[in-house]
Structure formats: C-alpha cells, structure tokens
Design a protein around this ligand. Sequence first.
Ligand SMILES: *Cc1c(COP(=O)(O)O)cnc(C)c1O
Length: 410
Amino acid sequence: MICRNDCIHRDGQDPLREIRQQFVLPPGIIYLDGNSLGPLPKAVPERIEQVVRQEWGVGLIRSWNSVGWVDLPQKVGAKIAPLIGAQANEVIAADSTSINLFKCLCMALSLRPERKAVVSEQSNFPTDLYMVEGVRQFLGRDFELRLMDGDQIEAALSDDVAVLMLTEVDFKTGRLHDMRRLTEKAHAKGILTIWDLAHSTGALPVDLAAAEADFAVGCGYKYLNGGPGAPAFIFVKAELQSQTRSPLTGWFGHANPFDFTTAYKPAPDIRRQLCGTPAVIGLSALDAALDIFNGVSMSMVRTKSLALSDLFMALLAERLENEFDIVTPQDPAQRGSQVSLMHPHGYAIVQALIERGIIGDFRAPNILRFGLASLYLRFVDIFDAIEGVSAVMKERSYLTPRYAMRAAVT
Ligand SMILES: *Cc1c(COP(=O)(O)O)cnc(C)c1O
C-alpha cells in the first residue's frame, strides 16, 4: 500500500518543489485542471497593475515605444521558443490557437496546390477540424479531410496528401504521438505538417527542430499559465517563412505598418504572422507567467509529470480497481501530462469532486480528465485527490441529482 507519508517524503526530494511558491493556489483546493486553465502566477497581478496604471494610465500612447508594447508579440514568442525546440525568430505570440490554425492551414495548402487531402485524427480537438472545414469554404478548394484513428495515421500518408495536421497530446485521452517519426514519414511523401501543441507546451519537452516540423500552434492559457483567453502562439519553420504569407494580411503583419502605404508588403520575418494590434494586457500577463520557466529543465518537468501520473494510476489500481477504465496509455512514451478515466457518471463524479475541492474536468461523452502539472502539484496532492475520488465512489455521492445538471463550460 502506498501511504500518505511516502508521498510527503517524495515531495521533500522533488527538485521542482520550490516553484509552487510562485503560484496563487487557493487553500483547500487540489488543482488538476491546469491543462485547461493554468493557475495564477504571483507575478501576474503586479505586472498587470503596472501595465494598466503606469504604462497605460500615465504613459498613454507613448508606451508603444517607450516600454516596447509593440515588440511584445516577438518578445513573448522568443520566451516560448526554447520550450518547444524552436529558434526565437520562428515563434510569435498572437491571436487564438484556432486563428493560428487557420493561418497554418492556408499557408501549408498554398505550398501544395496540386494535392487533394488533409489528414488528421478522428479524435482531434474539434476546433482543429472545424478550422479545416472553414478553410475549405474560404479557399473554395476541393480537398478531402481524411480522419484516421491514431494507429492508422502512418498508413494514410500517401502522396496526394498536402498536410498532416495533428495534436501531439490528445486532449481527451492524453495519448502522446511520436512527432519526430510522424513528421519524418510525412516528409518522405512530400507532406507538410502542422502540430498543435496545446497540451504539450510547458508540460513536456517538445523539439520542433529535431522533428523538422513545418508549422505549429499552441495555447497560452494551459500549461503556460497566461490567464483566461491568453494569446496563443504560431511557429513557422525558418526555411518556410519567406515562402509563406498569412492569409490574414492585417497592418501589423506589414513590413512597415506606420508607412501607411496602400499595398500590402509582408514583414520579412515572423512578424508577418501578426494581423491586428497586439493585445497588450493579455501579452503582458503571459510574458510575466513565462518567467516561471526560466532555468526550469523541461526534462525534469517530464520526469515529475510521469511520476505523478504513475502514482495516480497506481493509487487507482490499489483503491478503485474496476471502478474506472483508464484511457490514458500506460506506456510512458505514449503518455502526455494527464490521466483520463471513463465512467458513465463522469460528469456527476467531476462535480462531486469539485465540491470537495478537487478540480478536474469532464469531456463528453464520458471522460473525467485530470491534468498533472509538475510546476505546482505535489505527490501528496495526488494522494489526497485519490482519497477524494474513493470517498465519492464509496458514498455514491455523485448520484445526488444536482450534480447531473450540466453547466455551459464543463
Ligand atoms: C485548448 C485547445 C485549443 C483551443 O483553441 P482556442 O482557439 O484557444 O480556443 C485548440 N486545440 C487544442 C488541441 C486544444 O486542446
């Protein structure tokens, strides 16, 4: 039997244990939903206060130059770059993940005009698939969206395919793809790749350079802790930048926005992925949040994340055998930074847990999802969370009718 003291002991040995101090974590809460909305870093309110009261309130429009608001998208992109194995000039923070997917899809398709298909995964996050539909209508181009099961992707890489668009870590199951291998297989057939790193960035080491990935996108508000609706990022491999133009040719992507010329001329660098005026307050929050990663080794983050998910699954096996199906792969090479369980009463169980201060989330139709973020979770939190799950299952408190009422956001 694993006991609580073992977990406390492991926390004492954890090389990342001090980082937790940099977050606001409400007492009595075990937060297992940082894969959906990261918690508040302590540095953020201070920074926002400064941006709003001083930079905006006093500096007014001068702050675009005087404190470098205008460079924030690149500055934040450069902070994200080392987390995803990219060069600083390949990443920029802007817009939402969905909008950045739109740009990537248009750019990739324009590089393969004669090809007739986009391959993705059946279980991909819906917005990724919705954006393909929108791009098809927008371009008026005849191509097929081929949706495969995770294991059949390689077999679908034929030479009529323009783009392989995948999410590295599946949002529901937490299955991790081998980005390097799949990119290599795609390239062997002349297929370009778009990787969605929503559940990878800040959660595990990502190496876009080693994979030779072409395009990528990711979220600022999940494991990067940038706050609700934080700006997303877009990566375009350096070699492709001069050959590609964003379909959203707004003035901030122009080579010289303040020349106010009539004709559009894209910026020579990654700034061509910008569209309109940068969201300064959101970018500032994300900028401050990213400082937590300074000096943090992503391989240490990964080691701890796998240890947390191993512990989670071992405790489930000990205490709750047969209650749930674990849908997250047991093989660490195929596991992201979450544990997902299946249960017909999934939604109500998650609500009952939230009432006990254990916050996970639910993904329809029947998945309970627990995100495991190494920067602020302790081993003892996992122990206590499983104690909570055991209590809810034993008492059957999830059968209380009010837990079955669905809120708008699950
Ligand atoms: C969270 C998530 C998104 C979110 O996209 P937004 O445009 O920020 O709403 C996109 N793709 C995946 C795989 C996600 O997990």
